[in-house]
Design a binder for this molecule. Structure first.
Ligand SMILES: Nc1ncnc2c1ncn2[C@@H]1O[C@H](COP(=O)(O)OP(=O)(O)OP(=O)(O)O)[C@@H](O)[C@H]1O
Length: 692
């Protein structure tokens, strides 16, 4: 299940069954904001119409201590979290029952970290009032939440006992029957009609979940708290916060590079040779970059030459610096300050990323390269205080890094205009141009203030770039150059890929034994659903494996804390949904485990690319459940083969037929002269110091 955040147009999943004849409530309280702020609330409801409350319940968050991230003591469990309320103000949601399977910490002391997960307790349908939960004292849920009509939304700050407390017992999935979730934030009136929840499987798919959703008219999800992001890394520390190149760095030069387009500028052989400004060169050196990677060698001169670009290169091969360096160089050369026209900020560079954490990371990289210079960088992304980020944007910035929803919101409100834009960058461009985000990108590029194609430079980067997306991308680019380092969509050869056949019933045991054997290797475990991410994180914590999790249902504050805990080694295991598959660059990830394989091979390539970066070696293990994953067998076989790795017989006999790289978009789709790539071949590798 996809859980990409922040796409205003991203579809909301509906999992509930709509009940007929729900009950109306005239007022109520949903999630309680930590701090009230008109602007924030207003904004959170100002998006496009279309997808209403993703649920009705608005279940009470059982977090007495709003200032803490702590779920440890008696009331810290999240009581069954209801579906999200049907919005505030005019928002009307028809929602389902809440999500069952709230979890509650039974033993706070065992969880040493702030985001710690406690024991399992599965409540029934959370938001939806009375859930009958498998194995637990379900009636308590109903009593506490549902019977009082007023209790649907739950006062998140208040009597949380009634929501979170009560159910100590373990049990598998709750069966939530949502009865008319009542929408609404603190100050709104919502109307809800509830849908029934789902009952959790008894076979171990824990946690029933409630109906997700009605078709309310609420504009966007109600935010659950207003979060002012914490800048955790001091500017000086940015230089050491990325990954040091590994022993195979030099081998990147062996990868064949194809470049196509008209009058392509020649590659640079060193950062010094590119003509970058001394201040920038100093910051590059301070970052520990001695030599450019292949994508940097080609992309930097092309961007400096004023060209549009579609760049494809493997995960962890330095694409971020490939676009940041030439842009920052230009900003430094012009020496112009940020443009703010009245109450509208006009950045010169806009970089759009599909996830919030990736936006933060790009922002930090930009700040690092622009360190101690006039170039100002700002980040804006969902799940955070709008007014806080708006103030930063309006203070003026050269570079704005943003997720699409928040950016469009700022554009709509007139806080941001593209009138002075020189560069428009789509990172993870294939993702930005797929069905979920394409309307957002079209809106940005079609905005009345947007500089014309040809006047601005448009740059797109990714490790995967299917041909149909290339076709689509072409219409936003002007006489562009296409660079392809290696085969587009191929995995880094520095990642050792192992695929095991594991049925869904054996996955947990296998995972636990593997992690215990792994001796605290820093590991990302990818799962398909948010629910399972929570469940597994809890399970692993119970097994004394320090674990945290990241997925789209966690508060932004929790997401950032989770990544921080993982980066700092407070938790060595990160259980993640696809939200962490792309772009994240975390030092020391030794192992990626696909507990659940993704639905697409591109996603597989991005996920395993969280390890084996910039010449470091890594390992990726995938649990292949033939009942579910057989359609991926040929493509995984192909990826393994391309990376020069052994393909298990059972996998290849599942229908694998070797073909060209076309389905991965391994060539410039323009064909003709453009498609006639100049093959720059492999660069002569310098003498390696160490063989492996
Ligand atoms: N020339 C270089 N020398 C040394 N390290 C580098 C160099 N270029 C980039 N790096 C480092 O390599 C790591 C990976 O870079 P980056 O995140 O840009 O990869 P990417 O190609 O964008 O990967 P992904 O496709 O996963 O997003 C970062 O930690 C970055 O600081």
């Amino acid at each position: 299940m996809d859980d990409w955040d922040d796409g205003a147009a991203a579809p909301t999943q509906s999992i509930g069954v709509r009940a007929e004849g729900g009950k109306k409530f005239s007022s109520g309280r949903g999630f309680k904001a930590v701090e009230s702020n008109d602007d924030d609330w207003g904004t959170s409801n100002s998006g496009d119409t279309g997808f209403g409350g993703s649920g009705g319940g608005g279940g009470g968050w059982n977090n007495d201590d709003q200032s803490s991230d702590n779920f440890r003591s008696n009331n810290r469990g999240r009581g069954g979290r209801g579906g999200r309320g049907g919005g505030r103000g005019e928002g009307r949601g028809r929602g389902g029952g809440g999500r069952g399977g709230g979890f509650r910490d039974r033993d706070g002391d065992r969880n040493g970290n702030e985001n710690g997960y406690g024991g399992r307790s599965n409540g029934g349908g959370g938001g939806g009032g009375w859930g009958d939960s498998g194995g637990s004292k379900s009636n308590e849920w109903g009593d506490s939440g549902g019977q009082s009509n007023d209790g649907w939304g739950g006062d998140s700050g208040g009597k949380s006992d009634s929501w979170g407390g009560g159910n100590d017992d373990e049990g598998s999935g709750g069966r939530g029957r949502g009865r008319g979730g009542r929408g609404g934030g603190d100050r709104g009136r919502g109307r809800g009609r509830g849908g029934g929840g789902f009952r959790g499987d008894r076979d171990g798919e824990d946690g029933g979940f409630g109906g997700g959703g009605g078709d309310g008219e609420n504009k966007e999800e109600v935010k659950r708290e207003i979060y002012v992001p914490v800048e955790r890394t001091a500017d000086e520390d940015l230089f050491t916060s990325t990954i040091s190149s590994g022993i195979n760095f030099i081998k990147l030069d062996d990868i064949e590079v194809n470049v196509s387009g008209e009058d392509v500028p020649p590659p640079m052989m060193s950062f010094e040779a590119a003509g970058l400004r001394p201040h920038l060169l100093e910051n590059v050196k301070k970052s520990g970059y001695l030599k450019p990677t292949p994508i940097q060698k080609y992309a930097v001169p092309i961007i400096m030459g004023g060209r549009d670009l579609m760049g494809c290169a493997q995960t962890g091969s330095g694409k971020t610096a490939a676009f940041l360096l030439p842009m920052i160089n230009k900003l430094l050369s012009s020496q112009e300050g940020p443009v703010v026209d009245g109450s509208t900020s006009q950045p010169r560079v806009v970089i759009v990323s599909p996830t919030r954490e990736l936006a933060i990371q790009i922002y930090e990289q930009a700040k690092k390269f622009a360190y101690n210079s006039i170039v100002k960088t700002v980040v804006a992304y969902g799940g955070t205080s709008v007014s806080y980020q708006k103030n930063h944007v309006l203070a003026g910035c050269h570079i704005l890094v943003a997720t699409p929803g928040r950016l469009l919101d700022f554009v709509k409100r007139g806080h941001v205009s593209f009138a002075s834009l020189q560069y428009f960058v789509l990172d993870e461009a294939d993702r930005m141009l797929d069905m979920g985000f394409l309307p957002n990108v079209e809106q940005m590029l079609g905005d009345a203030s947007m500089t014309a194609t040809g006047e601005r430079q448009t740059l797109m980067f990714s490790a995967t770039f299917p041909e149909q997306i290339q076709h689509l991308a072409g219409k936003f680019l002007h006489n562009y150059v296409f660079i392809c380092v290696g085969i587009v969509g191929s995995a880094s050869t520095d990642v050792e890929q192992v695929v095991f056949q594991v049925s869904k019933f054996d996955k947990r045991e296998k995972l636990i034994s593997m992690l215990k054997e792994g001796n605290k290797e820093r590991t990302v475990v990818f799962v398909e659903t948010k629910r399972n991410a929570d469940f597994l994180a809890t399970l692993l914590s119970e097994n004394d494996i320090k674990t945290t999790s990241i997925h789209g249902d966690r508060l932004q504050r929790e997401r950032e804390q989770a990544l921080w805990d993982f980066k700092k080694g407070i938790c060595n295991i990160l259980v993640a949904t696809g939200v962490a598959a792309r772009g994240l660059d975390i030092e020391g990830i030794q192992h990626v485990i696909n507990y659940d394989l993704p639905n697409s091979i591109d996603e597989y390539v991005h996920r395993i690319g969280r390890t084996g970066r910039v010449g470091n070696r890594g390992k990726a293990t995938s649990f292949f459940d033939s009942a579910h994953d057989s359609n991926l067998a040929p493509e995984i076989s192909k990826i393994l083969k391309q990376a020069g790795q052994e393909v298990p017989e059972w996998l290849s006999s599942g229908g694998f037929s070797a073909g060209g790289s076309d389905s991965f978009g391994g060539r410039d789709i323009r064909g003709g002269d453009f498609g006639r790539a100049q093959n720059f071949g492999a660069q002569p590798a310098e003498q390696e110091e160490e063989q492996w």
